[in-house]
Design a binder for this molecule. Structure first.
Ligand SMILES: [Mg+2]
Ligand SMILES: [Zn+2]
Length: 274
């Protein structure tokens, strides 16, 4: 019944303990320029300007990729991603980082293919080798949400995910995040869903200060190990609850319970002979 679970992860300070933008700035010698320009540009444009600077300095996308590959991903998080995927959970990333950074890091740790979608700011590598970041939303027309930065409303993304799930295959959502911009999607979760804020980070504080606005069950975590442990527990608990629901409803409608996890590619096929 893990096939009834959709896990949605923020990326920076959630899947990875660090912040990918900060990591590139610090490790590629851009801190000084960053502080010079910080107050003059919105975050997204500032990051694109930093990448332009790297290009001007003759640093290639391969140099940037090499830098990103040094970012650690907690071994317990790698393990829970693989387990959840193998059990049939649908895993997605919703992040205000960018496509190139996230793909490079997840591929390096061998878990990129465990995710069905990476929803983030798109990137292109131009002919000259310069990496460019574009906003997720068209900046010319506002997304109309005053909780989120202009380039990405994660609540809009969450609603799109909810609308894509038909009523008959109702799923349980688990949203994991740390930041201010994770509050908007948190407000869209239903009572049977879960939100996992990182303890003492901005999302946690916002939930703490607005408990009446949050319908989902809240499970806070402090580090990769704790996050992985709680995710394992939630997968088990939700699977058991859904199994019990099936047992009680299957006299009424046996098709309800046919939503099993897909067989792993590594499992031998059962050959039926007569
Ligand atoms: Mg974050
Ligand atoms: Zn929003």
């Amino acid at each position: 019944m893990a096939g009834k679970i959709v896990m949605i992860f923020d990326f920076d300070r959630t899947l990875i303990d660090d912040d990918s933008d900060r990591w590139v700035l610090t490790n590629m010698g851009l801190t000084h320029l960053f502080y010079q320009l910080r107050s003059t540009l919105p975050w997204n444009f500032l990051m694109s300007r930093m990448l332009e600077e790297l290009h001007l300095q003759g640093r290639s996308v391969y140099d940037i990729a090499e830098c990103l590959q040094q970012i650690p991903l907690h071994p317990r998080i790698i393990e829970v991603i693989r387990t959840a995927h193998a059990l049939g959970c649908d895993l997605k990333v919703v992040s205000d980082s960018n496509e190139f950074y996230i793909r490079t890091i997840l591929e390096h740790h061998g878990v990129y293919n465990c995710f069905s979608e990476i929803i983030t700011n798109p990137t292109v590598v131009e002919d000259g080798g310069r990496l460019r970041i574009f906003p997720y939303h068209d900046m010319a027309s506002s997304h109309g949400c005053n909780l989120c930065p202009p380039n990405l409303c994660k609540g809009y993304v969450l609603e799109k995910i909810q609308f894509s799930i038909s009523e008959s295959e109702r799923k349980r959502l688990i949203y994991v995040g740390d930041g201010r911009n994770d509050f908007c999607p948190t407000l869209k979760l239903d009572a049977q869903d879960f939100v996992m804020p990182r303890m003492n980070f901005p999302l946690f504080d916002r939930i703490l200060n607005n408990p009446m606005l949050v319908k989902a069950q809240v499970h806070e975590w402090r580090n990769g190990e704790e996050l992985a442990r709680i995710l394992h527990e939630l997968i088990n608990n939700i699977s058991n609850e859904e199994d019990i629901k099936c047992l009680t409803t299957n006299q009424l409608n046996s098709s309800e319970c046919n939503n099993e996890a897909p067989a792993s590619a590594n499992e031998p096929l059962t050959v039926v002979t007569d």
